[in-house]
Write a protein that binds this ligand. Structure first.
Ligand SMILES: Nc1ncnc2c1ncn2[C@@H]1O[C@H](COP(=O)(O)OP(=O)(O)OP(=O)(O)O)[C@@H](O)[C@H]1O
Ligand SMILES: [Mg+2]
Length: 239
């Protein structure tokens, strides 16, 4: 799997979408019958694309992102990454795929409250096997890009909402993931820091190998993406 998905694609892989979902359907079931929130979604994303996903509250955006991050398994449909059917991976390969290739910015940040900013960013590096001696520079660099270097030793619960969001973005990107899934990453940020985050996404995209999906309600954020997809009541309207 690792060789199939590393950053240098073979000629045969060049035209394979990085991400391809077909007929993706998802229903939650809380015991009162299925609640269908994604309906036959088809979406292909190439390396080098930065795609905005927009749509009303409750339309299924976070659910779609969770499935793409393998945090949730869909009710029906297929999901391939560079042609590999990741839904068929066993649980441990799915966990390894997530750790190695996916950077996820959660809508609610999900930082570990009682750990420092440094420790929050160090965890993904530890899981990825990055040497202890290399970690400080990686962490400093990721934080500098979102203007958060000055809060390295604060605990996450000592940060403002926007600061937590910026740390969550750094944490998602510190591992240099192939696929970045960001759920309203600028929702709590002022314009200047929102632009800074978008600059950061553009910079990591500049090698043309990766893809970034950004769920957003902000038209300015969407205007900086290469493409906009609209999700309405679980159906993808434009793609
Ligand atoms: N665990 C769950 N069980 C049952 N229903 C759920 C669950 N999670 C989400 N839903 C429902 O699924 C629908 C889609 O939720 P989702 O979080 O994907 O929406 P969203 O587009 O991200 O909305 P927002 O813009 O408000 O974040 C909502 O109507 C929500 O109530
Ligand atoms: Mg959401």
């Amino acid at each position: 799997m690792r060789s199939a998905m590393n950053n240098a694609s073979s000629p045969a892989e060049e035209n394979i979408p990085l991400i391809q979902v077909l007929g993706l359907t998802h229903a939650y079931d809380n015991g009162t019958g299925p609640i269908v929130v994604l309906r036959e979604v088809n979406l292909g994303i190439q390396r080098g694309e930065m795609v905005a996903i927009m749509g009303p509250s409750g339309s299924g955006k976070s659910t779609l992102l969770s499935i793409l991050g393998l945090l949730m398994i869909p009710t029906a449909g297929s999901y391939t990454v560079l042609g590999r059917d990741v839904l068929k991976f066993d649980r441990s390969s799915q966990a390894s795929f997530r750790r190695t290739y996916v950077g996820f910015v959660f809508q609610r940040c999900n930082l570990i409250d009682t750990c420092s900013v440094y420790e929050n960013l160090e965890f993904p590096l530890i899981y990825a096997g990055v040497k202890r001696s290399e970690r400080p520079a990686r962490i400093q660099d990721a934080l500098a890009r979102v203007n958060m270097s000055h809060r390295l030793h604060h605990r996450a619960n000592q940060l403002s909402g926007g600061e937590q969001q910026r740390v969550a973005i750094s944490r998602a990107l510190v591992n240099n993931p192939l696929i970045v899934l960001a759920d309203e990453p600028t929702g709590q940020l002022d314009r200047m820091h929102g632009e800074l985050v978008m600059d950061h996404f553009e910079q990591i995209m500049s090698d043309g190998d990766k893809a970034v999906l950004i769920v957003t309600h902000d038209a300015q954020v969407a205007s900086r993406c290469t493409r906009v997809c609209l999700l309405e009541d679980g159906a993808l309207k434009s793609h």
